[in-house]
Design a protein around this ligand. Structure first.
Ligand SMILES: Nc1nc2c(ncn2[C@@H]2O[C@H](COP(=O)(O)OP(=O)(O)OP(=O)(O)O)[C@@H](O)[C@H]2O)c(=O)[nH]1
Length: 418
């Protein structure tokens, strides 16, 4: 999935989650207590399943999201009412008014920070630290908000009246302090989104949590728990699916995806095997990291092939293109264009500057500076089309591989057919 696609789909998820929450909130607001309270055990089971799933799938951040939502639900329905009752019975002034909204707020403020920092620890320890951080922040926010909020409200009222304006916070969903915290969170979230689109679903959960802070009620908390659990589960499944089906280095589909795609092909298809020329020599000269950069660049060029092509990393420095419903003659020109495009593209790679004088310096490569170098890379191509009436993929792939061997023998940087 491209960054643009995932941003669009996450916006869709955000909006539809908010719309659902808004709709249910409006419809069920008067009958909240009984029907939705009955859902709590059900939600706890969902959350439990999510935590188990995420544990199995090794994602500390998803596990943290699931546990904090589970905790808020439990706190909202069981712990906080119990404490309020006890304190009311004891006739004691509430020393610290812990609220579910504050727990959720600590969660949405810390979420982007956790997304940005890397803790070199086991995922279990990591998610425990995330959880601990949120709980400390919960108490902290509760103190800050209960102490500072009246002052901030007073100041904002004075400021607006001094400039003869109506104080918008009087009718706004959020108080000024909450609004400031949510703005900070959103900026940090944007940093995450711009840095990596992989954690976008967390943004959707944070937006929903924002809604719950604005309109805390059993309905919105139950909905947040349900929707966030489903999103966490979905993201965990998608991530593990991506890990299995996409190549980690080049981000294009891996060989496993090709095997799956082979089952969906029609009777006529064409397979192209592609191999980077003299790649071992390249690795030896510029280092493995620069070799990886080249593979990424070549993969990005191959992935852009038009004419209905599907690109896969076959393994190592080999790639495969599959054209469903096409014959060799339909794709010959496309492949020749791709060969020329790769050959003529000046690839900028980061190369470690190695000192020729000092052997000890060259051994310590981490300290030597990086410089950019423009390199030319070429690839060899072998094309084969399916034999008439045969849907079998493997023999066609084998013939494409034989054609690739012919291209290598013919001097590389050329296209040969089976
Ligand atoms: N950097 C990097 N190198 C890889 C990767 N996978 C395989 N290689 C290297 O790719 C090289 C492949 O070399 P060969 O199969 O001998 O072929 P070649 O040097 O490309 O030569 P020809 O195919 O004959 O043109 C090996 O040195 C592998 O170590 C990878 O993911 N990253």
């Amino acid at each position: 999935m491209t960054a643009r696609n995932s941003i669009i789909s996450m916006l869709f998820v955000c909006l539809s989650c908010l719309a659902t929450m808004f709709f249910v909130e409006q419809r069920w607001h008067d009958q909240v207590a009984s029907p939705l309270s009955n859902l709590v055990p059900f939600i706890s089971i969902i959350l439990f399943v999510v935590v188990i799933f995420t544990l199995a799938l090794r994602q500390a951040l998803t596990m943290y999201v699931a546990s904090i939502i589970a905790l808020s639900t439990i706190a909202h329905f069981y712990i906080l009412p119990y404490f309020s009752e006890q304190q009311a019975l004891a006739n004691a002034p509430l020393m610290l008014k812990l609220q579910t909204e504050h727990l959720l707020m600590s969660f949405i403020v810390l979420l982007p920070i956790f997304g940005l920092i890397t803790i070199p620890a086991h995922r279990l320890i990591k998610s425990f630290l995330y959880l601990l951080g949120s709980l400390i922040a919960w108490v902290f926010f509760s103190i800050v908000i209960s102490k500072a909020e009246p002052i901030v409200i007073e100041v904002s009222t004075k400021v607006f009246s001094s400039i003869a304006m109506h104080n918008p916070f009087e009718t706004f969903w959020f108080t000024p302090l909450e609004f400031a915290l949510i703005c900070i969170t959103m900026v940090a979230m944007l940093v995450i989104v711009l840095g990596s689109h992989k954690n976008l679903y967390l943004l959707a959960i944070a937006v929903m949590a924002g809604y719950v802070i604005a309109k805390p009620s059993p309905v919105s908390i139950v909905l947040l728990a349900c929707l966030a659990s489903l999103l966490c589960l979905y993201s965990a499944i998608m991530n593990s699916r991506n890990m299995a089906f996409n190549d980690e280095l080049t981000s294009i589909p891996a060989r496993r995806s090709m095997t799956q795609y082979a089952d969906e092909l029609s009777r006529h298809f064409t397979v192209v095997m592609i191999d980077v020329d003299h790649f071992k020599r390249f690795n030896d000269k510029y280092g493995h990291d620069s070799g990886d950069d080249v593979l990424k660049l070549v993969a990005s060029k191959i992935a852009k092939t038009r004419n209905g092509a599907r690109a896969f990393r076959y393994g190592g420095e080999e790639f495969t293109l599959v054209f469903d419903g096409k014959y060799i003659d339909d794709v010959r020109e496309t492949i020749e264009d791709l060969r020329v495009e790769i050959e003529s593209y000046p690839m900028a790679i980061r190369v470690q500057k190695r000192s020729q004088k000092s052997a000890s310096q060259s051994r310590n490569r981490r300290q030597s500076p990086l410089r950019q170098e423009i390199v030319k890379v070429t690839c060899s191509f072998g094309i084969a089309e399916s034999l008439s009436g045969s849907k079998d993929f493997k023999p066609t792939l084998k013939r494409a591989d034989n054609a690739l061997y012919k291209a290598k023998k013919a001097g590389r940087n050329c296209v040969r057919t089976a």
